[in-house]
Ligand binder design. Structure first.
Ligand code: Q0N
Length: 296
């Protein structure tokens, strides 16, 4: 649930991932660790999901490899035997859930592609008939497939709250016209290739979020990619329009938290063993479906 890499510099502790540097050198590679923490309704819950960090790391690595001809990525290695010697004492903690990554100058834009109308896209559409300034046909239903895939960027809100959807013009103001154009192009190309693959596995990739950075001036895919935490995956056989399609992975968690009428304030509750078990099984099912592998 919590990593401890001794005296290594801790760069960021997210809700789910912890990022360290392998040394104090300004250009040192980073240690990107996915923990077993799980968040729901914007809180980290009191229980972890055993192996969740390993499952999500293996899903990310599958996609980085699948996409390698389309976009460079930040991964150096995820094989503990190749990790820098300073990490040797922490092998047991890190194995299977850790990527050594190149340090990137992160671009402050969450690059989201949507093929279906859900989540904040659906919310914005109901209010304005548009998402991120992109007008959509009238009369669309929640979860409906969009006439074409759209680039719906977002910006991090400092106060740890939700990302805020922004217009393409705001991306241009933030990173310049050339980078903005390439981010949009890459985001749509990656989504297209991944969604086409997922469809062959009976899974709808409704939407997904990418983070890019510059490594030696080259646009590089960073963070985690196409995991159930960064994407909305729907089992095709449960898909319907006119309502929220249940999430592949967190639906048991959300249903439980609704059933106990938690007020969504800290501290977030722990989960019953059965909810933990069912949720773990769903993450594993996503891993097996997407990667075709049985073992982590
Ligand atoms: C980086 N984030 C935001 C933890 C992760 N390759 C990189 N180089 C420099 N910085 C970063 C990366 C990467 N990836 C990215 N923070 C630092 C992603 N956070 C979100 C919260 O959880």
């Amino acid at each position: 649930m919590t990593t401890d890499l001794g005296s290594l510099p801790l760069l960021a502790r997210g809700k789910v991932r912890d990022i360290y540097a392998v040394s104090d050198a300004p250009d040192a590679d980073l240690v990107f660790v996915a923990t077993d923490r799980i968040s729901a309704f914007d809180h980290v819950l009191g229980s972890g999901i055993p192996d969740k960090g390993k499952i999500l790391t293996q899903i990310s690595l599958f996609w980085f490899e699948f996409l390698r001809d389309l976009v460079p990525n930040h991964v150096v290695t995820a094989d503990v035997r190749e990790f820098p010697a300073v990490l040797r004492p922490y092998d047991d903690q890190l194995a299977g859930r850790t990527m050594i990554v190149r340090r990137a100058a992160m671009l402050p834009v969450e690059c989201v592609a949507r093929g279906y109308l859900s989540g904040s896209g659906w919310k914005d559409y109901q209010v304005s008939g548009a998402v991120c300034g992109i007008p959509l046909p009238a009369g669309l239903l929640e979860s409906q497939r969009l006439p074409e895939v759209i680039f719906t960027p977002a910006a991090k809100v400092n106060t740890g709250g939700h990302d805020e959807n922004i217009s393409y013009d705001t991306v241009v103001e933030t990173v310049g016209a050339e980078l903005a154009g390439r981010l949009r192009e890459l985001t749509l190309a990656i989504y297209g290739k991944a969604a086409e693959y997922a469809a062959t596995k009976g899974v709808i990739l409704a939407d997904t979020k990418f983070e890019f950075g510059l490594v030696d001036g080259v646009i590089t895919l960073a963070d985690e990619v196409l995991t159930p935490d960064s994407s909305r995956y729907w089992p095709r056989d449960q898909y319907r329009t006119g309502g929220a399609t249940p999430s592949f992975d967190k639906q048991y968690v959300r249903d439980y938290l609704e059933s106990i009428q938690w007020n969504k304030q800290a501290p977030a509750p722990a989960l019953p063993d059965e909810v933990v078990r069912q949720t773990r099984a769903r993450y594993l099912q996503a891993f097996e479906l997407l990667t075709g592998r049985k073992e982590l």
